[in-house]
Write a protein that binds this ligand. Structure first.
Ligand SMILES: [Zn+2]
Length: 417
């Protein structure tokens, strides 16, 4: 087999394209494969498929999968045609998407690596620049989102997540039925979430049953503005209430610990996490260490008991019953004489309607929280995003549940050679 035939066959080049030359550049660590379009072959318009006259040609290059560890570049003079309707256009090539300097198979390889390795590692291993990797990821996300179209989700979760170290945020909308990221927007303002609702038709907005979220005013405002009957759909979920209460317990503990420490040894010394862990997940030793603290007369123990009591109020099926129990809890919290707990008590009183929605609808933002923790992983493997656009792309790439591969690749694998 001659080198030209060998390359035509391993690269999957077939009529009307053919390999005309293979050039080895050992110094450049590169092999260039020159490909030509058959001189007499028909040249259809890429838009309408009508046979058109050739106009001229343009030389283009694509990086393909390495052969024997050499960078492999396809070089082709791609004919341009002139269509009476669509003007001067380049004919489509079977190995690559219309734009970009990589073959579909190479893009697919990068996509596969990006799923499991950091940006930096992919760039180094495949001898690419950061921008080239970014370009492939960006295009993959773009085609994935276009293919997915609008998702008519009925239960969604909204959360904010920090971007880099500064106090900058992105708003993330998650499909709770089939956990995946539906939308990523800059900041955490009303417009951040509003943009998501605006992208939906009124019919799709109407189908939303539950919006699970934190008690974040701008998000509440956005849902009220865009989702009909929002008062029954906004659900303040258990996780966020637990977070506020966990913080209150910690505030009480810190203050109490300080007071003890002024007088001598504090019984609260080194106990921070015992108060924060879910008792159900504690090891036997920890439970044993925790029992005397929990049963003590410490203010922290009282705050902790209030938090645990609130965690038991999420399973009611009847609105009336749930309402009574929560009212009782609020009364207890407000009489507790523990300022951080009272603050959460007032917050719960003000947002009770949405907490009751969450209880009755069985709404939980657990899927959103799990996606949020995976976003933290995405942030780490990216080793610092220079801009939000990249961060947003990476979130969609890893967590959007998207079909990311080039369409050209599918066509190529379906038709064979
Ligand atoms: Zn045309």
């Amino acid at each position: 087999m001659r080198d030209r035939d060998l390359y035509a066959s391993i690269l999957g080049i077939s009529s009307p394209w053919g390999v005309v030359d293979v050039e080895l550049d050992l110094a450049g660590d590169e092999v260039r494969v020159k490909v030509e379009f058959g001189p007499g072959a028909p040249t259809p318009c890429p838009e309408c498929g009508k046979g058109c006259a050739r106009y001229d040609h343009r030389e283009r290059r694509w990086r393909h999968l390495d052969t024997c560890q050499l960078k492999t570049i396809l070089v082709a003079a791609v004919p341009r045609i002139e269509c009476p309707e669509h003007g001067v256009r380049q004919v489509t090539v079977p190995w690559a998407e219309p734009h970009g300097n990589f073959t579909a198979m190479f893009e697919a390889l990068v996509i596969d690596w990006l799923k499991v390795a950091s940006f930096k590692a992919v760039a180094a291993k495949l001898r690419m620049t950061w921008d080239e990797v970014d370009g492939i990821q960006g295009r993959a996300v773009k085609r994935g989102l276009a293919r997915r179209g609008t998702v008519a989700a009925t239960r969604i979760g909204v959360d904010e997540t920090s971007f880099q170290k500064r106090h900058e945020y992105v708003t993330v909308v998650v499909d709770l039925e089939e956990p995946r990221v539906l939308h990523v927007a800059d900041d955490r303002r009303e417009e951040s979430l509003g943009a998501y609702f605006q992208s939906l038709s009124p019919e799709v907005r109407e189908r939303i049953r539950v919006v699970s979220m934190d008690m974040h005013k701008p998000f509440i405002a956005a849902v009220r503005r865009w989702v009909p009957e929002a008062e029954w759909k906004i659900a303040f979920d258990k996780f966020h209430v637990a977070m506020h209460l966990g913080k209150a317990v910690d505030d009480v503990r810190r203050r109490e610990n300080r007071e003890y420490a002024e007088e001598g040894p504090s019984p609260l010394k080194g106990t921070k996490y015992l108060w924060l862990w879910n008792p159900a997940n504690m090891s036997r030793e920890r439970t044993r260490a925790f029992a005397p603290l929990r049963d003590s007369a410490l203010r922290t123990a009282r705050a902790w008991a209030l938090k645990e009591a609130a965690m038991d109020l999420w399973h009611y099926a009847s609105l009336g019953w749930a309402h009574r129990q929560w009212k009782a809890w609020i009364g207890w919290a407000l009489r507790s004489r523990l300022e951080p707990v009272k603050r959460v008590g007032r917050m719960v009183r003000e947002h009770l309607w949405g907490i009751l929605n969450a209880v009755i609808q069985g709404a939980t933002n657990a899927a959103t929280e799990s996606i949020n923790s995976r976003i933290q992983w995405v942030k780490r493997v990216a080793c610092g995003y220079r801009n939000r656009e990249r961060f947003r792309n990476a979130i969609y790439f890893h967590l959007g549940g998207l079909d990311l591969y080039p369409a050209t690749l599918r066509r190529a694998t379906h038709t064979g050679s």
